[in-house]
Design a binder for this molecule. Structure first.
Ligand SMILES: [Zn+2]
Length: 157
């Protein structure tokens, strides 16, 4: 049996924080604000997996009031979610995702992101797609105030 779900996430971009996306440190003058490393891409993928499992959302599993998760790599959070899927007898088939950020260009980092995600999910890199778009100068992404990500995940028994 196949199950599918969508996840999305947004973080405010602020000075003095590293920009982490897909477990990669992207060189930029600002980074995502948040309790963990504010990796919007990994949070969107994690939420999509939890949704496909009907296991709530990321906030329920990793509350931002819990010091255990402060500053933690979101690769670890994703790894916890994948372990949960495996415990429930499910495995990930494929992931498609889109990062929305006005700057910098994501292209130099996309392969490393896909490698990180594929490794944690236990799938071939050909099963992990990462795309990037700008906000065309329009909304909070376009104004450079935020980074967002969307992900769709297919899982099977
Ligand atoms: Zn997040």
């Amino acid at each position: 049996m196949f199950r599918i779900d969508i996840g999305n996430d947004t973080h405010r971009l602020v000075d003095g924080r590293p920009l982490m996306l897909g477990g990669v440190h992207v060189a930029y003058e600002r980074g995502g604000d948040g309790h963990s490393d504010a990796d919007a891409l990994l949070h969107a993928i994690s939420d999509a997996i939890l949704g496909a499992l009907c296991e709530g959302d990321l906030g329920a599993h990793f509350p931002d009031t819990d010091p255990q998760w402060k500053g933690v790599s979101s690769l670890q959070l994703l790894s916890h979610v994948v372990s949960l899927a495996h415990e429930l007898g499910k495995r990930i088939v494929n992931v498609d995702s889109t990062i929305m950020i006005e700057a910098p260009k994501m292209r130099p980092y996309v392969l490393s992101m896909r490698e990180n995600i594929a490794e944690v999910l236990g799938v071939e890199i050909a099963c992990v797609s990462v795309k990037a778009k700008t906000g065309e100068g329009l909304d909070t992404v376009g104004q450079g105030l935020a980074v967002s990500a969307q992900a769709v995940v297919l899982i099977t028994s």
